[in-house]
Design a protein around this ligand. Structure first.
Ligand code: G6P
Length: 478
């Protein structure tokens, strides 16, 4: 196959494979803004996407054809995909242990520090796995790229890749984009000194480093100053390193209004809308949709709803909380415990308040995209209260689909608060009482005000749709 001019690398790729009943392989498009952003670019240029095989079916597909041209006409996805069959132990060390149980925890500041983290011999061997996994991505990108190709590396899983590419191919133009927050130096310092350095220097192998919020870009620069003692130009947002100037950019990914609206008008979404309405009757709806993810702060969100019902019995029978908490990272023990906790608290709330004809809380734990879209359309209030979040696209997507305008209760610690802060009701995610009060304010907001605020939310939320967001990254490499 020809070498590609534009390459994307991410752990989770644009498609996932599954086995049909007869053992044949089928694929469907993966979720996420990056996929929709890329599809338009990919169909017009020579683009290759390198990702990890995440399931047995992915691995079987990778074994059959390591690189394939995938065509999903209905989704406008037409590109070359190279799925890497990383040895399972290496993948577990890299993805489950280092990326998700360590780096994710650091950047989202999730540790309960008396026992974790602990950087011991076991961690050191996992770190070796993380290195090999990054090296496997680098190798695939090196062999697949044309001279002077542009490479867009995505996220914390692949922090070491830019440097590995630069060492062997200085002709490449390399971007790295962080979809998470970046930890401030006071927190990042808990990582062992050599690993802090390896991560920062790994990323500084790029020409351009993208972040979702100024706050995260600034935290990265502060880490560089603190741990690498390099010169930072705060005005230009550049770092001098290894005789090169590395530029930082803030590109705040927005919602893809067009494709969302088209999807949300489909028959299955309509059916869910009818079904949900039958189930909740005339009650107003407080909606949240998340992965069951520690950083999403679902338990405190449920507690805030409980406090609202305690303090304001006038809302009994008149409000229902639809909480969709979808499975995520079940191989990390903390996530399994958290899922149980979410279910326990939800049950308690229903036991305390439910009546024969009113369920205060409906918790759904099975992923259903059409049902989520129906809930976005119907929400009177949207609750998004992460402890820390790179952006939080639900905060942008749900208002975009709202049938009659929704009020947004939003954590100040989400990247999305940068743009939506004026028309959302901002809350401190740790402050359950403040969140409860915000829910009440949102529920009681006059219709006109709610609609007007939602209109402005949509304007900000759709300002940089995925296609333009991705093009901005590529432009930064010219
Ligand atoms: C975040 C990360 C993505 C990741 C997604 C889902 O948004 O920034 O890189 O793909 O979570 O997590 P998962 O571990 O299931 O891929």
């Amino acid at each position: 196959m020809d070498k590609a001019q534009i390459l994307v690398a991410s752990n989770r790729g644009p498609v996932s494979f599954s086995f049909g009943e007869d053992g044949s392989l089928d694929y469907r498009r993966g979720g996420g803004g990056l996929v929709s952003g890329l599809s338009s670019v990919a169909s017009s240029t020579d683009t290759m996407w390198v990702c990890a095989a995440l399931s047995d079916a992915d691995r079987a597909a990778a074994a059959r054809a390591p690189e394939a041209r995938l065509d999903l006409a209905g989704y406008e996805l037409d590109m070359r995909v190279r799925m890497l069959d990383i040895p399972p132990d290496t993948f577990t060390d890299a993805y489950t242990r280092v990326a998700n149980s360590t780096l994710w925890f650091v950047h989202h500041m999730l540790y309960d520090t008396p026992n974790k983290p602990r950087f011991d011999a076991a961690f050191r061997s996992q770190w070796e796995g993380f290195r090999s996994y990054n090296a496997a991505f680098a190798e695939a990108l090196l062999t697949g790229s044309a001279d002077n190709a542009r490479v867009a590396v995505q996220d914390y899983h692949l922090a070491l890749v830019p440097r590995l590419l630069r060492q062997r191919r200085p002709d490449l133009r390399i971007a790295h984009f962080s979809h998470t927050p970046w930890a401030p130096p006071e927190y990042f310092r808990m990582l062992p000194a050599d690993i802090r350095r390896e991560l920062l220097e790994g990323m500084l192998g790029a020409d351009h480093l993208g972040f979702l919020s100024r706050r995260w870009a600034d935290a990265f620069l502060r880490c560089c100053e603190t741990f690498l003692r390099v010169d930072v130009d705060w005005e230009q947002r550049t770092v001098e390193f290894g005789g090169r100037l590395i530029h930082l950019g803030v590109h705040s990914l927005g919602a893809d209004a067009e494709s969302l609206r088209e999807r949300a008008a489909a028959e299955d979404v309509e059916q869910w809308r009818t079904r949900l309405r039958e189930r909740v009757g005339e009650a107003k709806l407080v909606v949240r949709v998340d992965r069951t993810e520690l950083s999403k702060n679902i338990v405190r969100g449920l507690e805030a709803f409980r406090e609202l019902l305690h303090e304001h019995p006038e809302w009994h029978g008149r409000v229902t909380h639809l909480a969709f908490a979808y499975p995520s990272r079940g191989d990390v023990p903390e996530y399994r415990e958290y899922t149980e906790q979410v279910q326990r608290v939800a049950k308690e709330i229903n036991q305390e308040f439910a009546t024969a004809d009113w369920s205060p809380l409906i918790l759904e734990v099975q992923d259903d995209f059409a049902r989520s879209l129906a809930a976005y359309r119907m929400a009177d209030v949207l609750l998004i209260n992460p402890i820390r979040d790179g952006m939080n696209l639900v905060a942008k997507e749900a208002p975009t689909l709202s049938d009659d305008g929704c009020a947004l209760v939003l954590s100040s610690e989400a990247g999305a608060a940068d743009e939506l802060g004026e028309d959302a009701i901002l809350v401190n995610p740790y402050d359950v009482s403040e969140t409860a009060r915000a829910l009440r304010t949102a529920l009681e907001m006059p219709d006109d005000e709610r609609r007007a605020r939602c209109e402005r939310l949509v304007e900000s939320a759709t300002a940089l749709p995925p296609k333009r967001w991705f093009e901005a990254q590529l432009r930064a490499l010219k």
